[in-house]
Write a protein that binds this ligand. Structure first.
Ligand code: SIN
Length: 309
C-alpha cells in the first residue's frame, strides 16, 4: 500500500489530487464520470457575496496547447450557495473547499464569516488572482500590500484552513507567497491563469469580449512548475500546484518540485474522469519507484541537487 495522504495543519486529505475552482462546477456535474468522494478534495466554483452574470460572450477561446477564459466569476452568490449548493455538496466524503472572491476586502471578510458557519466546509481558497474582473481579483494578488491586507483581514475572521491562490502575473512570486504566509495563510495554491489574449484574423476582432483573459492548459505548465518550485523552497506551509496538469506525469513533476498536492483544472474539460485516473497513476508511479509514501518524493529535486547554484 502506498500512502498518498497529505495535511494542511490538522486537516487531512486522503490523497493529493484536488480539482481546481471553475473547472469542476459544484462536483455533481461530474457524478456520472467519477466518484467525487475518492478525490482528495474539490474546490468549488468561485463564489461572491452577490450574484454575478459574468462577462459578455465570447468568453472562451482555444489557443495552441491551451485556452483563454474570461468568465468573470459568474455565480449565484452566497445566499443561493448556502440554500441550494451546500446541502448537496455536504454529502461528499471528501474535503469540499469554497473559492471566495470580492471587489473589496469587506466582501472577502463577509464571505469568509458566512462560510465559516458551514460545518462541512473545512477550508476556503482566497482567490486574489482572477484576471477577468475590473475590481478585486488580480488587483489584490499583484500588489504586495493588498495581498497582505486581504489575507490578514480574512485570517482575523476565519478560524479554519485558509489557502491563498496566487497570480502568476507578478515579477517576484516568492514575495507574494511569503507575504501570504506571514499574514496567516495555512497553504498557498498556485498558479491561477496567465493574462493573455487572442485575435480573430477573420473578423479582425479580439477573440474575447473582454479582449484579455486567463490562459490555462499545457501551455502554462512550465511556468507553473517553475513558480511552484520557487515558492515551495521559500515557505514552510504546504504548496498546492496548479497549471496545465493533464496526466500523472505532469502531476508527479509538481511533487518532485515541492508541491504537497495538485489541482486539476483544464484537463477535466477534455476528460471529466482524469483527476481520479491521476490518483491511481500517482500510486502506480510511487510503487514502480519503490516508494511507500508520497512525502518521500516531495521536493526531491532540491535534495538531489540540480547542478545549479
Ligand atoms: C473567471 O471566472 O473569470 C475565472 C476565475 C479565476 O480565474 O479565478
Amino acid at each position: 500500500m502506498v500512502n498518498l495522504g497529505f495535511s494542511i495543519g490538522d486537516l487531512r486529505f486522503k490523497n493529493p489530487v484536488l480539482t481546481a475552482s471553475g473547472t469542476f462546477g459544484y462536483g455533481s456535474e461530474f457524478d456520472d464520470f467519477l466518484d467525487v468522494s475518492l478525490l482528495g478534495g474539490i474546490i468549488l466554483k468561485g463564489t461572491t457575496l452577490e450574484p454575478r452574470e459574468g462577462n459578455a460572450y465570447p468568453r472562451m477561446a482555444e489557443t495552441p496547447s491551451g485556452m483563454l477564459n474570461s468568465v468573470g466569476l459568474q455565480n449565484k452568490g452566497i445566499e443561493f450557495f448556502e440554500k441550494n449548493i451546500y446541502p448537496r455538496v455536504s454529502s461528499y466524503n471528501t474535503n469540499v473547499i469554497v473559492n471566495i472572491n470580492g471587489n473589496h476586502i469587506d466582501d472577502y471578510v463577509g464571505l469568509a464569516e458566512r462560510i465559516s458557519r458551514l460545518d462541512k466546509i473545512p477550508a476556503i481558497e482566497l482567490n486574489i488572482s482572477c484576471p477577468n474582473v475590473k475590481m478585486g481579483g488580480m488587483a489584490f494578488g499583484t500588489n504586495l500590500g493588498a495581498t497582505r491586507d486581504v489575507t490578514r483581514a480574512v485570517r482575523a475572521v476565519y478560524p479554519k484552513k485558509l489557502i491563498v491562490k496566487l497570480s502568476p502575473n507578478v515579477t517576484d512570486i516568492v514575495s507574494f507567497a511569503q507575504a501570504a504566509e506571514e499574514e496567516g495563510a495555512d497553504s498557498i495554491s498556485l498558479i491561477n491563469t496567465l493574462l493573455g489574449m487572442a485575435i480573430d484574423t477573420g473578423s479582425m476582432k479580439p477573440a474575447l469580449s473582454t479582449i484579455t483573459g486567463g490562459l490555462s492548459g499545457p501551455a502554462v505548465k512550465p511556468v507553473a512548475l517553475r513558480m511552484v518550485w520557487q515558492v515551495a523552497r521559500s515557505v514552510r506551509i504546504p504548496v498546492i500546484g496548479i497549471g496545465g496538469i493533464m496526466n500523472t506525469r505532469d502531476a508527479v513533476e509538481f511533487f518532485l518540485a515541492g508541491a504537497s498536492a495538485v489541482q486539476i483544472g483544464t484537463a477535466s474539460f477534455i476528460d471529466p474522469g482524469v483527476s481520479l485516473k491521476i490518483v491511481g497513476g500517482i500510486s502506480d508511479y510511487l510503487s514502480s519507484k519503490g516508494f511507500s509514501d508520497i512525502k518521500e518524493i516531495i521536493g526531491i529535486i532540491n535534495r538531489q541537487g540540480t547542478g545549479k547554484s
